[in-house]
Design a protein around this ligand. Structure first.
Ligand code: SF4
Length: 167
C-alpha cells in the first residue's frame, strides 16, 4: 500500500455500511459497472438539482454540489435514498471537515431528491471529533493485508460487489 493513502468521502460512507467494501475500493477492485443500482445512482445524481449542480473536485474531495450560502459555501451530497442516512451524513461531515482543514468554512446539505428531502448539516466540535475517529478507523482498515470476510447484510442485495463476495 502506498504511504500517501488518504481517507476519501466514499470510503467514510462505505465504512459505516460495510468495511469490506472500503478495503475492496481501496485496492481498485472494480465493482460490477453494469449494476443497476450504480446506474440508478448516477442518473439521479445527474438529473436532480440540475440548475445548481456543480460537481467539484478539490484535491481528494469529490463534492456533488456547491453554492454560495448567506455567509459561506454550502456543499451538498445527493443520495438516492435515506436508507443509509447516517453513513451519508458522515460522508458530508467528512467533506466539511476536510474543507475546514483547507481553510474553507462551509455548511452541508444532505439531499434525497426522490424523497424530496433536504437536511442541513453543521460541523460542530462533536461531529468534527467523530470524523477524526472515523478517518483513523478507515485508514487502519485500508492498511490491513486482507479484507474483512463478507457478512450478509441488508445492503448486499444492492451492492455492486455482490458477485465478488457471494459468487
Ligand atoms: S456484497 Fe455485502 S459483504 Fe460484499 S462488499 Fe457488498 S455489502 Fe459488503
Amino acid at each position: 500500500m502506498s504511504a500517501e493513502v488518504r481517507a476519501l468521502g466514499s470510503y467514510v460512507q462505505a465504512y459505516l455500511i460495510c468495511p469490506r467494501q472500503v478495503w475492496l475500493m481501496s485496492r481498485q477492485i472494480c465493482p460490477d459497472e453494469d449494476n443497476v443500482y450504480l446506474e440508478l445512482g448516477r442518473l439521479i445524481g445527474a438529473q436532480a438539482y440540475g440548475r445548481e449542480r456543480k460537481e467539484v473536485r478539490l484535491e481528494h474531495l469529490s463534492i456533488d454540489l456547491v453554492r454560495r450560502g448567506d455567509r459561506d459555501f454550502v456543499v451538498g451530497e445527493v443520495k438516492k435514498s435515506s436508507r443509509a442516512r447516517e453513513a451519508a451524513r458522515m460522508q458530508l461531515a467528512f467533506y466539511l471537515y476536510e474543507l475546514r482543514e483547507m481553510g474553507i468554512e462551509a455548511e452541508g446539505e444532505l439531499l434525497f431528491p426522490e424523497e424530496r428531502r433536504r437536511e442541513r448539516l453543521i460541523l460542530d466540535d462533536s461531529l468534527a471529533r467523530q470524523v477524526e475517529e472515523l478517518k483513523v478507523r478507515v485508514l487502519a482498515l485500508i492498511y490491513r493485508d486482507q479484507p474483512p470476510p463478507p457478512e450478509k447484510i441488508q445492503f448486499c442485495g444492492k451492492c455492486a460487489y455482490a458477485e465478488f463476495c457471494w459468487a
